[in-house]
Design a protein around this ligand. Structure first.
Ligand code: SF4
Length: 333
């Protein structure tokens, strides 16, 4: 049986691309790429995720961690960034190139994506789709089943393995045709639209942009996941402070503590944010981190002492600080 590798974002379009190809008797293996900017947490629950996609949609999916290559590309994407720090065109080129390199491994002959011509301003214009194909060297083997009629026929279409006349003819931003097709496939659990990439979010993308302006050695998945959680500050002597804004973020940060980090706690277990302090070497940074942490323990006046736990454990008394001053230390604004 002919086999296709699908780039699977988990959104409706990529799901429908898989379904219409399966319907033509072709086996589909989906690949879901993950990086600290999108879907990274799935790596902790890979088997569960695979099972849920199989049960809900009848699709086999493998996760592929593309972090290292992605971080290199993000420093200098040849096609530039979108509105924020999102290198959509080079991201697509990278993911499709990576999928191409896996064709032999999966014993597959062609690639599919859920791209729809005209749906997104930057990466799904007709000319951009062509650039993506060219720069990923996937001429003739990259089929976009949701809009193939607007594209050059691929080998599998020329060979009659895929009948392009039976494929949808989607274009533009209107989602109604996709919803109708989903209904035809009996898909009732419609996945939320793709868009879980933090590089398109103004605030968090700005932090990543700032990170890339620092020394290269700071650019690691471990640091990126920290920068994407809670409130984050860059202190005058180089320390990074992340504070949870609620219990869930406090817990996430607690799970991110690595050797060399210090943690900050409101004294006597009174309510307040959990703080994670990284790269702290100077006493002034410890003092400022404690002051900022106390500020966000809002219900407590006067500000509570902050306990710092790291190489040693100590209590730091703090004075009030203005929000305006705190904001000058934000990692990015
Ligand atoms: S939004 Fe993010 S994941 Fe999607 S193409 Fe752009 S950079 Fe890649």
């Amino acid at each position: 049986m002919t086999k296709a590798l699908a780039l699977f974002s988990g959104g409706l379009d990529s799901l429908l691309a898989c379904k219409v190809i399966q319907k033509q008797g072709v086996e589909v293996q989906a690949l879901k790429f993950v990086s600290p900017f999108f879907d990274y947490a799935l790596l902790h629950n890979e088997a569960q995720y695979q099972q849920s996609i199989r049960d809900k949609y009848g699709i086999d999916v493998d996760l592929i961690d593309i972090s290292d290559d992605y971080l290199q590309m993000l420093a200098n994407p040849p096609h530039g960034y979108g509105k924020n720090f999102n290198p959509c065109i080079d991201c697509k080129i990278m993911l499709i190139s990576k999928a191409k390199s896996l064709l032999t491994h999966y014993n597959a002959t062609f690639l599919i994506t859920g791209e729809v011509v005209g749906q997104r301003p930057m990466s799904q214009r007709k000319d951009t789709l062509r650039v993506i194909e060219r720069d990923s060297s996937t001429d003739n083997i990259l089929l976009r089943p949701l809009c193939s009629q607007s594209q050059k026929p691929t080998d599998v279409e020329n060979q009659g393995i895929i009948d392009r006349d039976k494929l949808p003819r989607f274009s533009g931003r209107n989602r109604t045709p996709q919803m109708e097709l989903a209904k035809e496939f009996g898909i009732t659990d419609i996945p939320t639209p793709a868009g879980g990439c933090v590089l398109t979010e103004q605030l968090r993308a700005a932090r990543i942009r700032r990170l890339f302006s620092l020394d290269k050695s700071y650019i690691t998945p471990k640091n990126i996941t920290l920068l994407l959680t809670g409130r984050v500050f860059l202190l005058p002597h180089g320390a990074w402070l992340a504070l949870g804004r609620d219990m869930a973020e406090n817990e996430t940060l607690e799970n991110m503590v690595h050797s060399g980090d210090s943690t900050l706690h409101v004294s006597n277990d009174r309510p307040g944010p959990f703080g994670l302090l990284r790269y702290a070497t100077h006493d002034d940074d410890y003092q400022l981190a404690a002051t900022i942490t106390a500020h966000y323990a809002k219900k407590i006046l006067p500000p509570p002492d902050i306990e710092v736990r790291g190489k040693e454990k100590r209590l730091i008394p703090v004075k009030p600080i203005s929000l305006a001053e705190i904001e000058t230390h934000l990692f990015a604004r």
